[in-house]
Design a protein around this ligand. Structure first.
Ligand SMILES: Cc1ncc(COP(=O)(O)O)c(C=O)c1O
Length: 390
């Protein structure tokens, strides 16, 4: 089949494929087990931890979207991360960035230090000598998250993959922040992509899920085996809801991105905002690379409040259309304080190394009308100004 565009893959996933009744929308197979065709004659499915038709439709769509050979749909984003780590042995080294998602950071550190599952080396991929640092670590696996969470730092995926090929290391990219609509790491040389499908892929903040997409069939098969062995695979109902969300991924993320551009312009011009982090800004250190390896700058941005941290109470309390909550990527706008929320599992020193300060605020911009979003931010900043003048 000719290569299809992302919007078409997502909108058509499993559509008009039902052979039983001609249902246009794929049915939900809420079954844990499957009847054998006869004694010693198994059918195509036997037990839903191993395989489930609804989950398979989602997996096939995600594999096609990321340009991979195989996808494994998992029950959380963290289980997709855990699954990728099954390729490592105790003598192997995992290199990961100093500013990855707090939960991934916690998983890597604890599996290494408490379980001796592998060795670790943290690298700041923004350092000019990052390649030297990676070379010295001689890793078996390099983990990337670009744009990073929460400062939206950009790493050159292709450059890292070239070095990884020299070192015979696998490259895993957490593509949660952009989705395959805006970035396709496998085409840039990565071996594995992981997603928290909880975020943009599902897009409606009503399930927790994950996915791992492997470029190579053999790696995909091995990880599928581990997914079943460890029991990390996702449920059919979650897969169905994720498929429903996935259909609108392309238009959602483009509208969210359009809103983010306007929010960033507003924040960048505001006196109570000390700094805005968004790779779409020409002043962002990763702008040039983002322009080449991404097909858009995404719908996440962060900023530093230009006031003492206690004024954040006023700011958050005044917001109406940015809900103070963890997570990102839904149709509703969310605001979070990374230091005490998403990145609380990093200790103070690690937060400082990652540049996560007390006045840092992260926004996940939704699909609300942009005029309402800007008015909301403006009012909340006015509230801070009022308190500052008392
Ligand atoms: C970049 C990134 N990766 C992985 C995860 C973990 O995903 P989940 O919460 O679905 O387990 C998150 C969750 O916030 C995330 O932001």
């Amino acid at each position: 089949m000719a290569k299809r565009h992302a919007a078409t893959i997502a909108a058509r996933a499993g559509i008009a494929e039902d052979t039983a009744f001609g249902a246009v929308t794929p049915p939900i197979y809420l079954t844990s087990t499957y009847e054998l065709e006869a004694f010693r004659q198994p059918g195509p499915y036997d037990y839903s931890r191993s395989n489930n038709p609804t989950r398979d439709v989602l997996g096939e769509a995600l594999a096609e979207l990321e340009g991979g050979a195989k996808a494994i749909v998992t029950n959380t984003g963290m289980s997709a991360c855990l699954l990728a780590l099954q390729l490592l042995k105790p003598e192997d080294t995992l290199v990961f960035p100093h500013d990855c998602y707090g939960g991934s950071y916690r998983l890597f550190i604890n599996l290494a230090q408490r379980k001796h599952a592998f060795k670790i080396q943290i690298v700041n991929f923004q350092d000019t000598d990052w390649a030297e640092q990676v070379r010295l670590a001689a890793p078996a696996m390099i983990w990337l998250e670009t744009p990073s969470n929460p400062l939206l730092q950009i790493t050159d995926i292709q450059a890292v993959c070239q070095l990884a090929a020299e070192l015979a290391a696998k490259v895993v990219v957490d593509n949660t922040f952009l989705s395959p609509v805006l970035q396709q790491p496998l085409a840039l040389g990565a071996d594995i992509v992981v997603h928290s499908t909880t975020k943009y892929i599902n897009g409606h903040s009503d399930i927790i899920g994950g996915a791992l997409i492997a470029k190579d069939v053999a790696i995909g098969d091995e990880l599928k085996w581990w997914g079943n062995c460890l029991g990390l695979t996702g449920g059919a109902l979650d897969a169905y809801l994720t498929l429903r969300g996935l259909r609108t991924l392309s238009p959602r993320i483009r509208l969210q991105q359009e809103n983010t551009l306007a929010v960033v312009d507003f924040l960048a011009a505001h006196p109570l905002v000390a700094k805005v982090y968004y790779p779409g800004l020409a002043s962002h250190p990763g702008h040039a690379i983002a322009k080449v390896q991404q097909s858009g700058f995404g719908a996440m941005c962060s900023f530093e409040l230009n006031a003492a941290p206690e004024y954040l109470y006023d700011f958050f309390a005044a917001l109406k259309y940015f809900t103070l909550a963890q997570s990102l990527g839904g149709t509703e706008s969310l605001v979070c304080h990374p230091a005490t929320m998403t990145h609380a599992s990093m200790d103070a020193a690690a937060q400082q190394r990652a540049g996560i300060g007390a006045t840092l605020v992260r926004l996940s911009v939704g699909i609300e009308d942009i005029a309402d979003l800007i008015t909301d931010l403006d009012k909340a900043l006015q509230q801070v100004a009022k308190r500052l003048s008392v």
